[in-house]
Design a protein around this ligand. Structure first.
Ligand code: URA
Length: 209
């Protein structure tokens, strides 16, 4: 079974409270969502593989560390996932960025794939799939399906707020994909929104309604 981890770092929790607040406007919401994504990726990358490397400092030679494992890529699930990409790239500027477009049918709540554009070497990379809200899990499951179909083997799902229903659904469908969240909320309401959540993440990020 894949791991589900809530990142309880005080800065992450403080910032999550800011974006939950309905009075937080678009500008601050956008900035703080990226800041949370950045802090989350800092925590999640603690176990990246390292190797020894020789480096010549101004004082002489030394054996030091550098990253050695798979190259990284971030894959936002459109459109709300875009609101986390800059935060990830702050820490991993060389990461490639793939995009998966999913929309949720507002009646059936079922996700539909409409766009997939990925780095060609997706099978060689460790992927951070980002989407602010893990609600029913439908979009995340479909996005992971789409990535696996194209050769991806190493993925982590990074969300701001998760509902228990979504966590369970993703864990059942993709037991090899670990999930990281800034918050785990109570439940989904009858419209598929997370409660207490933060509302519609895409609308809050982009100032739409
Ligand atoms: N998508 C959102 O943007 N918010 C929710 O609460 C659930 C899904």
């Amino acid at each position: 079974m894949a791991k589900f981890t809530v990142l309880n770092h005080p800065l992450i929790q403080h910032k999550l409270t800011i974006i939950r607040n309905k009075d937080t406007g678009t500008k601050v919401f956008r900035e703080v969502a990226n800041e949370i994504a950045e802090l989350m990726v800092y925590e999640i990358t603690r176990d990246l593989a390292m190797e020894d490397v020789e480096v010549e400092t101004p004082m002489g030679p030394a054996i030091e560390k550098q990253l050695s494992g798979k190259k990284l890529a971030v894959v936002p699930i459109l459109r709300a996932g875009l609101g986390m990409v800059d935060g990830v790239l702050e820490l991993i500027p060389a990461a490639k960025v793939g995009h998966i477009g999913m929309y949720r049918d507002e009646k059936t709540l079922q996700p539909h794939e409409y766009f997939v554009k990925l780095p060609t070497d997706i099978d060689q990379r460790q992927l951070f799939i980002v989407d602010p809200m893990l609600a029913t899990g439908g979009s995340a499951i479909m996005a992971i399906d789409a990535l696996k179909k194209r050769g991806a083997t190493s993925m982590r799902l990074v969300v701001l707020v998760a509902a228990p229903e979504g966590v369970k659904a993703v864990q059942e469908a993709h037991p090899d994909v670990d999930i990281y969240a800034a918050g785990l909320d109570d439940r989904l309401n009858e419209d598929g929104y997370i409660v207490p959540g933060l509302g519609d993440a895409g609308d809050r990020l982009f100032g739409t309604k």
